[in-house]
Design a protein around this ligand. Structure first.
Ligand code: C2E
Ligand code: CA
Ligand code: CA
Ligand code: CA
Length: 279
């Protein structure tokens, strides 16, 4: 029995080792991803359920490495956060997204907001709101075309500083969305003390919505809460017409998901916008 345990331990540690090696390899390649031009953004449209029009477009980061291939954000963003690489990468995302937005503006595509994900680590950088203000100014973009998505975990750390930064961003006309709502460790009182415009209901509550009464209870309560607080609501990961109908009936304002569109390249998004406005 002793031997068996020993073997199992060795087997386990070999696996852990392999995972660690793999993580180190990803980290080393991620360090070079920016300079090697391996990062790019895709854009997923969010649909206003009342008008059927695109009201927002969310920028989503992508990484294509020649050796490792396409690596999903769920694998490299946590690593980027842990190593601090999210700071230069996050700056790049802001610059790239606003450059794209100004191109769209020049094409007359100007009736939607662009939404950018900001990780908690970026908020500990005191220059965040200055960087954003400078980028808006140099592209001559008005702040009210930009929305920033932050997660609940941000709100738990350094509340005074966070509130100050969020208010600075709001003074630029930028709107603020609370992302992945219901999955973090925040408290409802945060909704009162932080200046959010929008609640994004996480996909995990929507995935099995029609089958799980518990998810329905949570979604209904969230929609009532948001309504009472005057907050806009987005449902993430809407894949079926049944989900959309349920959500619309219960007061959801905006839907995002494969039912409407996957994340798209800029050119694909332009086509999508043309189809949805002429149709
Ligand atoms: P998120 O902010 O919750 O983004 C929504 C995710 O749901 C995206 O995954 C999107 O592709 C996916 N999605 C949208 N509709 C559907 C659907 O109908 N079905 C399914 N199965 N999935 C859907 P993605 O692009 O893999 O991004 C994963 C996460 O990575 C994001 O979750 C966000 O937390 C993070 N992320 C992505 N880009 C950035 C970025 O630029 N900065 C930061 N800090 N985080 C980012
Ligand atoms: Ca998001
Ligand atoms: Ca989510
Ligand atoms: Ca382009």
């Amino acid at each position: 029995a002793k031997d068996e345990g020993g073997n199992r331990y060795e087997y386990y540690s070999a696996e852990v080792n392999q995972a660690a090696t793999e993580r180190m390899e990803i980290e080393q390649r991620l360090r070079r991803a920016l300079e090697n031009d391996e990062l790019y953004l895709e854009y997923q449209p969010l649909i206003d359920l009342n008008s059927g029009k695109v009201c927002t477009v969310e920028a989503l980061l992508r990484w294509n490495n020649p050796t490792l291939g396409q690596i999903p954000p769920s694998r490299f963003i946590p690593l980027a956060e842990a190593t601090g690489l999210i700071l230069p990468i996050g700056d790049w995302v802001i610059r790239e997204a606003l450059t794209q937005l100004s191109q769209w503006e020049q094409q007359g595509l100007n009736d939607f907001k662009l939404s950018v994900n900001i990780s908690p680590r970026q908020f500990s950088n005191p220059t965040l709101s200055r960087t954003i203000a400078e980028q808006l100014q140099s592209h001559e973009i008005s702040g009210d075309r930009l929305e920033l998505e932050v997660t609940e975990n941000l709100l738990m750390r350094n509340q005074q500083e966070t509130k100050k930064t969020l208010n600075q961003l709001r003074e630029l006309g930028i709107s603020l969305a609370l992302d992945d709502f219901g999955t973090g460790y925040s408290s409802l009182s945060y909704l009162k003390s932080f200046p959010f415009d929008t609640l994004k209901i996480d996909r995990c509550f929507i995935k099995d919505l029609l089958e799980h009464p518990q998810d329905q209870a949570l979604v209904n309560a969230t929609l009532t809460l948001a309504d009472g607080l005057g907050l806009n609501t987005v449902g993430e990961g809407v894949e079926t017409a049944e989900q959309r109908d349920y959500l619309l009936q219960h007061g959801l304002k905006v839907a995002q998901g494969y039912l409407y569109s996957r994340p798209l390249s800029p050119e694909q998004l332009e086509n999508f916008l043309r189809q949805t406005t002429s149709g």
